[in-house]
Design a protein around this ligand. Sequence first.
Ligand SMILES: NC(=O)c1ccc[n+]([C@@H]2O[C@H](COP(=O)([O-])OP(=O)(O)OC[C@H]3O[C@@H](n4cnc5c(N)ncnc54)[C@H](O)[C@@H]3O)[C@@H](O)[C@H]2O)c1
Ligand SMILES: O=C(O)C[C@H](O)C(=O)O
Ligand SMILES: [Mn+2]
Length: 556
Amino acid sequence: MPIEKRQKEQVKMITPQNILNDPFLNKGTAFTRAERKALGLTGLVPPVVQTLDQQVAQSYDQFQSKSTDLEKHLFLMEIFNTNRVLFYKLFSQHTVEFMPIVYDPTIAETIENYSELYIQSQGAAFLSIDEDDATIAETLRNAAGGRQIKLIVVTDAEGILGIGDWGTNGVDIAVGKLMVYTVAAGIDPSSVLPVVLDAGTNNQTLLDDPLYLGNRHPRVRGHRYDEFVDHFVESAEALFPELYLHWEDFGRSNAANILNRYQEKITTFNDDIQGTGIIVLAGILGALQISKQKITDQIYLSFGAGTAGAGIVQRIFAEMVAQGLAPDEARQHFYLVDKQGLLFADDPTLTPEQQLFARDRSEFSHATELTNLKAVAQAVHPTILVGTSTQPGTFTEEIVKEMAAHTARPIIFPLSNPTKLAEAKAADLIAWTDGRALVATGIPAADVVYRGITFQIGQANNALVYPGLGLGTLAATATRLNNAMISAAAHSLGGIVDASQPGAAVLPPVSKLAEFSQTVAEAVAQSAVAQQLNREPIEDVSAAVTNLKWVPAYQS
Ligand SMILES: NC(=O)c1ccc[n+]([C@@H]2O[C@H](COP(=O)([O-])OP(=O)(O)OC[C@H]3O[C@@H](n4cnc5c(N)ncnc54)[C@H](O)[C@@H]3O)[C@@H](O)[C@H]2O)c1
Ligand SMILES: O=C(O)C[C@H](O)C(=O)O
Ligand SMILES: [Mn+2]
């Protein structure tokens, strides 16, 4: 059916109940008397007409009465499900407090308990590998419900944060990432769609759980899986021609492959590879501003060289090359450690991303002993240590002290999420290095007071960058997201740090998220336009970014 006809049909079907049940239309007690009269809502909400601000204040009071983070999350999702304007107004006024509730780390709990907590699908599209191709298109069309979708976050949930394979439950990460897009960068919530690709699960707990709501079979791999992904992309691109497609939390064997397959063809982005690369580069640039050192003098040790670890290395490497090193020379600055220890080129199990940075055994007299982080740290004296290993507590006092013995300002980023998986705690890193470590963590960390100095801990979470990156790409109507745009994003963030302050954070604070998302977006859009990647003519990049932003306010 043509869109106009469908819209007319939909208008005909609007009943007072439909309005109250539609989170994009519902205003609850904020409907004016005239609106209540005109829409047949008289008497369907309590008599007092409230302002949005009054609703926000009342909801915040209720939020504060909840005792656990999970209860708080569920309460906020109730508001999200019923009234998007109220949800985003409330979220935007309490961003720092709500981020860990709405998003990581609490979202890990909602994913692990998805079936038990299930109430409704939060507007997501559930695609199953067991359905035919026509059903993929039909599902996307149904979920869009006539809306023009510009942004999809899709996951197959094989590698949710560091907690592994969560099958269909992983849909919550797509919902959560999208909420951050809106609060941080003003992406219109009616233009987004969370999608889960259910290819099965290898999580035995889910397979054994009678309440599990996804496909109850092992993960399908190989050709059938690739076809499933291809059909999803083809359908989504055909239905939504201006789409920006964001991939989240795919497993190590698929994430990079999928990105490589599409990044030259459509406007697409992998958050764990590229988003994490940008935020870590920005954090390192911030740290080097404080230590007054050059990136080309750093020795980089990646602990956990999976999707995120290798993605970050790729970005830091590109930066060293951009700063003047020859590629072969730059490669010498990196050491990758995974389960087997230091990665060597003769190891047949390496991923293609790891192979690029694998070392030669002949470089070391005791190569066979380099099977753990401690031995490698002792052998190579890293100046930067980044953890994406999912192994909690692995940055031990001994290893950190060993590292700090060879460098004045060790840069240490334990990034594994959620909180329970972090390689170290910020306070320990500061104490073990006598306040010399330049630290960023994956989840929010409280200030650390050490010997009279208050150390602020930057949050190296891709949430600080992907919203601005997406906003900039969409505002520029960019046909691709390429390396130059990604590099522009990282540089725009790195410059925001106040290096003169003792204990300054290496990254800007979450309290300024909305502000620096605009900065990131402008840098990205500028780069796209300068490269002539824009679909539409753009005169004023900053205006294009500002004009695209949605603000939570009721329309009459
Ligand atoms: N802060 C952020 O923005 C951010 C972004 C992406 C990922 N992460 C976190 O990074 C972690 C990894 O995510 P991923 O997507 O790269 O997962 P992944 O599975 O692709 O990578 C994890 C890697 O760690 C390795 N590993 C496992 N045990 C190890 C051990 N004992 N010693 C050394 N290496 C070991 C695995 O072999 C794998 O290569 C997760 O906890 C995730 O939450 C954080
Ligand atoms: O989701 C997050 O908090 C960051 C990152 O994408 C991750 O997978 O850990
Ligand atoms: Mn992720």
